[in-house]
Design a protein around this ligand. Structure first.
Ligand SMILES: Cc1cc2nc3c(=O)[nH]c(=O)nc-3n(C[C@H](O)[C@H](O)[C@H](O)COP(=O)(O)O)c2cc1C
Length: 220
């Protein structure tokens, strides 16, 4: 299984919970006998450019009519789309920043949502996402508890943006493991939040491994 593993925490690596949980998930898959090829991307170091006027013009110009300059402007995004399309699964680990996704992950999204690459625009104006064959897991870490009943429950602008943007390119049922509360709480609640997240990651890794067994990719 080829995984594009994306990290988006701006913390020093050794202190990052989302990085640790993403790694934990990959290790669980390996322990279950899943043979992995990992393509690793740290969007805080390999930062994608913001959408520019030239990018917009180039992306809306049909491929055959693009100038050399347009092709140059799109080259980095093209390469990133290739990495996404080449993967069987995406594991994206990120903290909540100001109630939503980190801006580095937003620029990643901006660079991989491309007409007639990751989604197809048909003559009648309808759209088909092209990533429907991929498993996608989002591991998110939050300082507060945004679960049901919490005073922060209505503040989650992270889950909708991930669900909608990836849904647009064909990812209908991504997995979410949300570790919370990891900051605005006492030590016991932090530990409980991490433990629950690890248990949920165990379950998702089991599900992914079993789907490969039923597809005859690995032997049970
Ligand atoms: C700049 C910044 C903004 C943050 N904004 C929020 C927020 O809006 N809501 C929240 O629950 N936690 C917020 N946090 C806390 C982080 O989401 C939390 O500590 C998370 O566990 C960090 O993940 P990491 O260890 O992988 O970096 C913020 C942290 C930072 C550094």
């Amino acid at each position: 299984m080829k995984i594009l593993h994306v990290d988006a925490s701006s913390k020093f690596h050794q202190w990052s919970n989302s990085r640790a949980l993403g790694r934990y998930f990959i290790e669980q898959l390996q322990h279950k006998g899943v043979e992995l090829e990992i393509d690793y991307l740290d969007v805080t170091e390999d930062v994608q450019p913001h959408i520019s006027a030239e990018f917009v013009q180039a992306t809306y110009t049909p491929q055959a009519q693009r100038t050399d300059r347009m092709r140059e402007v799109l080259a980095e995004s093209d390469a990133l789309c290739q990495r996404v399309m080449a993967a069987d699964a995406l594991v994206c680990a990120m903290p909540m920043y100001n109630w939503t996704i980190p801006s580095t992950f937003k620029t990643f999204i901006d660079n991989i949502i491309r007409t007639n690459v990751t989604y197809s625009l048909h003559e009648d104006g309808s759209i088909t996402g092209n990533l429907g064959d991929k498993k996608v897991l989002f591991v998110t870490t939050r300082g507060a508890d945004l679960g049901e009943g919490s005073p922060f429950a209505n503040m989650d602008a992270m889950t909708p943006v991930l669900r909608n943007t990836f849904g647009f390119i064909g990812v209908e049922n991504p997995w979410f493991v949300d570790a919370q509360p990891l900051q605005f709480s006492d030590e016991a609640a932090r530990e409980a939040g991490l433990k629950k997240a690890r248990e949920e990651l165990d379950a998702v890794s089991e599900e992914w491994a079993m789907s490969l067994v039923s597809a005859d990719v690995i032997v049970a």
